[in-house]
Ligand binder design. Structure first.
Ligand code: HEM
Ligand SMILES: *[C@@H]1O[C@H](CO)[C@@H](O)[C@H](O)[C@H]1NC(C)=O
Ligand SMILES: *[C@@H]1O[C@H](CO)[C@@H](O)[C@H](O)[C@H]1NC(C)=O
Ligand SMILES: *[C@@H]1O[C@H](CO)[C@@H](O)[C@H](O)[C@H]1NC(C)=O
Ligand SMILES: *[C@@H]1O[C@H](CO)[C@@H](O)[C@H](O)[C@H]1NC(C)=O
Ligand SMILES: *[C@@H]1O[C@H](CO)[C@@H](O)[C@H](O)[C@H]1NC(C)=O
Ligand SMILES: *[C@@H]1O[C@H](CO)[C@@H](O)[C@H](O)[C@H]1NC(C)=O
Length: 341
C-alpha cells in the first residue's frame, strides 16, 4: 500500500515536471502541422531557388535570423521597414540583406496558408535550410530530393509570433561588433542567455558569406597605432587585404569570411583561426586572445567537424528560443515589412 502511494506520488510529480517543461519551451516542431502542413517544403523550395541564383544568400539569411533573435528575441523585428527600424541600426545598415527573399517566401507561404505563419518562424526555417543547402553545390541532386550535404541540420522549433515594434537602440546596443573585445562579445551573448560554447560554435557561421573592408580594415596598415598590420594576422593574408582595402579605398568592397571555402559550410573557419587567418578581429580573438576553454573549443571544432556541426545545431536551437512572442502576444503579420493595420 505504502509502495503504491509513493509510486503514485512519483507519477504526479513526473507529470507536473513534464508540464512545466512544456510550458517553459513553448515552441514545437509540429506547430503548423494542421494549419500549414506543407510549410517546410514551401520554404525549402524558395531558399533553394534563392541560393541557386546567388550562393551568398544562404549566408545573408542565416545572419538575418541571428540579428533578429538578438534584438527583443526572435520576433521578426528586423524585417520592419522605416527609418526608425533596425535596418538602419549600425550593424545592419548597408549590411543586412535578404529581405526580398523573405518577402518571396512569405508570399508563397501566404498563397498556401493565409494568415497563419509568422515572419519570425520563416526566418528560423530559412536559416536552417540555408545552412543545409549551401553545402550542397550539386543542385541537380537537391532537385531530385537528395541532399548531398556536409552541413548540419536540425529540427526547427516553431510557434513564434511577430513583433509590433522594432528596436533600433536594441540593435545598436545588443548586436556584437567586430571591434569589441571578446569579453564584451561574451557579455552580449550572455545577455540573451547564450554561453561561451554558443559564442564559439555560432561564430562558425562565418564559414560562409562575406564582409566589407570597413569591418576589418582597422587591422591593416596601422593596427592600434603600431604602424603595422595586426600581428595575429597571417602576413600574406594581411598584404592581400591591404591590396583589396587600401587607405581611402572603397570601404564597401567585400571579401570572404572563410578564405578557404566561402560557399561551403565546413570547419575551415576554425582551421583558419589556428593559422592566423580569421578575417574579423572578433574572429581571430577566439584563438589569439582567449581563455583555455575557448581555445580548446576552437581546436576541437577545427579537428572534428562533426563536433562543430552538433554544437552549431544545438546553439542555433538555443538562439532560436530567445524570448519568442507566443500565444496571443504580437501578431501574424500579413506583410513582413509592416505591422498589420
Ligand atoms: C560573435 C560575434 C559576431 C560578430 C562580431 C559578427 C560580425 C559580423 C560582421 C562585421 C560581418 C560582416 C558585415 C558586413 O560586411 O557588413 C558579419 C557577417 C556575417 N555573419 Fe557575423 N558576427 C558575429 C556572429 C555571428 C553569428 C552568431 C552568426 C550566425 C550564426 C553570424 C553569421 C554571419 C554571416 C553568415 C555573415 C555573412 C553575411 C553575408 O554574406 O551576407 N555572425 N558578421
Ligand atoms: C529595446 O532594447 C533594449 C535593450 O537594448 C530594451 O531595454 C528596451 O526595453 C527595448 N525597447 C523596446 C521598445 O522593446
Ligand atoms: C586580450 O584579453 C585581455 C583579457 O581578456 C583583455 O584585457 C585585452 O583587452 C584583450 N586584448 C585585445 C587586443 O582584445
Ligand atoms: C553551454 O550550454 C550548453 C547547453 O545549452 C552546455 O552543454 C555547455 O556545456 C555550456 N558551455 C559552457 C562553457 O558552460
Ligand atoms: C599610426 O597611428 C598612430 C596613432 O593613431 C599615429 O600616431 C601614427 O602616426 C600612425 N602611423 C602611420 C604610419 O600612419
Ligand atoms: C557604402 O554604400 C552605401 C550605399 O551605397 C553608401 O551610403 C556608403 O557611404 C558606402 N560606405 C562606404 C564606407 O563607402
Ligand atoms: C583549404 O583547406 C584544405 C585543408 O586544410 C586545403 O587542402 C586546401 O588547399 C585549402 N584551400 C584553399 C583554397 O585555401
Amino acid at each position: 500500500m505504502k509502495k503504491t502511494n509513493s509510486f503514485h506520488g512519483y507519477c504526479v510529480l513526473m507529470t507536473f515536471c513534464m508540464l512545466l517543461l512544456v510550458a517553459r519551451s513553448q515552441l514545437t516542431s509540429d506547430f503548423y502541422k494542421t494549419t500549414c502542413p506543407n510549410l517546410l517544403s514551401i520554404v525549402r523550395k524558395e531558399v533553394q531557388s534563392a541560393i541557386k541564383t546567388e550562393m551568398r544568400m544562404a549566408a545573408s539569411l542565416l545572419r538575418l535570423h541571428f540579428h533578429d533573435c538578438f534584438v527583443n528575441g526572435c520576433d521578426a523585428s528586423i524585417l520592419l521597414d522605416g527609418s526608425d527600424g533596425e535596418k538602419f541600426a549600425g550593424p545592419n545598415l548597408n549590411s543586412a540583406r535578404g529581405f526580398e527573399v523573405i518577402d518571396q517566401i512569405k508570399s508563397s507561404v501566404e498563397s498556401a496558408c493565409s494568415g497563419v505563419v509568422s515572419c519570425a518562424d520563416i526566418l528560423a526555417i530559412a536559416a536552417r535550410d540555408s545552412v543545409l543547402l549551401v553545402s550542397s553545390n550539386r543542385f541537380l541532386w537537391v532537385d531530385l530530393g537528395i541532399i548531398l550535404s556536409g552541413g548540419p541540420s536540425w529540427k526547427v522549433l516553431l510557434g513564434r509570433r511577430d513583433a509590433l515594434v522594432a528596436n533600433q537602440t536594441g540593435a545598436n546596443n545588443g548586436l556584437p561588433s567586430p571591434f569589441e573585445t571578446l569579453d564584451e562579445i561574451i557579455n552580449k551573448f550572455a545577455n540573451v542567455g547564450l554561453n561561451v560554447t554558443d559564442v564559439v560554435s555560432l561564430s562558425g557561421g562565418h564559414t560562409i558569406g562575406l564582409a566589407r573592408c570597413v569591418t576589418f580594415n582597422n587591422r591593416l596598415f596601422n593596427f592600434s597605432g603600431t604602424g603595422a598590420a595586426d600581428s595575429t594576422m597571417d602576413t600574406s593574408m594581411a598584404s592581400d587585404l591591404e591590396n583589396l582595402c587600401p587607405v581611402n579605398g572603397d570601404g564597401n568592397k567585400t571579401t570572404a569570411l572563410d578564405r578557404n571555402s566561402t560557399d561551403l559550410f565546413d570547419n575551415h573557419y576554425f582551421q583558419n583561426l589556428l593559422n592566423g587567418k580569421g578575417l574579423l578581429s572578433s574572429d581571430q580573438l577566439l584563438f589569439s586572445n582567449s581563455t583555455t576553454i575557448i581555445k580548446t573549443l576552437v581546436q576541437s571544432y577545427s579537428a572534428t567537424s562533426a563536433l562543430f556541426f552538433a554544437d552549431f545545431a544545438s546553439s542555433m536551437i538555443k538562439m532560436g528560443n530567445i524570448t519568442p512572442l507566443t500565444g496571443s502576444s504580437g501578431q501574424i503579420r500579413n506583410n513582413c515589412r509592416v505591422v498589420n493595420s
